[in-house]
Design a protein around this ligand. Structure first.
Ligand SMILES: Nc1ncnc2c1ncn2[C@@H]1O[C@H](COP(=O)(O)OP(=O)(O)OP(=O)(O)O)[C@@H](O)[C@H]1O
Ligand SMILES: [Mg+2]
Length: 290
């Protein structure tokens, strides 16, 4: 735990997300003497940069509907350039404009986010499940809280993104929502806000009016049939955060004015784990809590 209550905010990489609004809200929280850690993705910028550099992009869809980015070596380079070279400096500049002392980091710094590479991942191609190899992505196994704790104690706002670092001390792509969840759990955050390009978790992904104010997800297995693609992964991240002891997790709209304040005031979807015995600290989550 940091001495002040900690809020972890994840800013989605959809270009419609109001990053400037999120930064202005973070400045307000900091002025109110709260600790804030900002995690960001960058799917929009990664796609744009990959297009400019001529690096083809491929999405892997797992049998449970969760989609992830296929990360070959060229794509990993694009991911690092986009996140650490474009999205993060913009966020740091915006926070600086509000006089927030922000420090940009990736999960590699001080080996903060350690991940194990998945040697092969299952993906559905033309209705058949196949094994895809040479994927430079992985799953977070350990969070070293030393660096973010030191920064938070000293009043800085860490701004963190993938990649993580693997068992051979090489960069490895990880999902930004799950990185936010792992950090929030390991740092004992009071709340995790996942701000994205949707108004919350929709009962019908094609109906923006079908926001669910709360959602119960099972402790294991596929999260919810209504959630596809990046939202399915977001629910998995939310579950990991709650199981790791984070007080509350909300998935909400990052495109509206004052997105953080509105989410703290109740906008979006609150995620709960169904079943009385949650949070269940599985061995992996205990390892992540460190
Ligand atoms: N049931 C659902 N409710 C809301 N959004 C959904 C649902 N199912 C699928 N989605 C899609 O999931 C998207 C959110 O995940 P996505 O990974 O695209 O964004 P992000 O995580 O905020 O950005 P990044 O991955 O760059 O960090 C929504 O914008 C929407 O298109
Ligand atoms: Mg995503």
């Amino acid at each position: 735990m940091t001495s002040k209550p900690l809020t972890v905010v994840k800013c989605g990489g959809n270009p419609a997300v109001d990053a400037a609004g999120i930064c202005a809200d973070i400045a307000r929280l900091v002025r109110e003497d709260r600790s804030v850690l900002l995690v960001h993705g960058g799917s929009g910028e990664i796609g744009r940069l990959a297009g400019r550099l001529g690096v083809p992009q491929r999405t892997l869809v797992a049998p449970d509907n969760v989609s992830t980015r296929y990360t070959d070596p060229d794509t990993l380079e694009v991911v690092i350039l986009a996140l650490a070279g474009a999205v993060k400096p913009r966020l740091i500049a915006e926070l600086a404009r509000h006089r927030v002392p922000a420090v940009g980091l990736t999960g590699m710094d001080c080996r903060m986010l350690r991940a194990q590479r998945k040697s092969a991942v299952r993906s559905v191609v033309d209705g058949r499940t196949v094994l895809v190899r040479n994927n430079l992505s992985g799953r977070i196994t350990t969070v070293d809280t030393g660096l973010p704790r030191t920064l938070l104690h000293a009043g800085y706002v860490p701004v963190v993104s993938p990649p993580a670092i693997d068992e051979h001390d090489q960069a490895v792509n990880v999902d930004a929502d799950r990185a936010a969840a792992a950090l929030a759990a390991a740092l004992g955050a009071e709340e995790l806000l996942l701000l994205t390009g949707a108004p919350g978790v929709l009962a019908d992904p094609d109906d923006p009016g079908s926001v669910q104010s709360s959602i119960q997800i099972s402790p294991t297995g596929a999260p919810d049939p209504s959630a596809r693609g990046g939202m399915a992964l977001k629910l998995i991240a939310a579950r990991e955060a709650l199981a790791g002891g984070v007080g509350s997790v909300r998935i909400a709209d990052g495109r509206i004015p004052e997105p953080v304040s509105r989410t703290l005031a109740g906008a979006g979807t609150t995620v709960h784990i169904s079943r009385a015995e949650s949070p269940n600290h599985s061995s992996r989550e205990r390892e992540i809590r460190r």
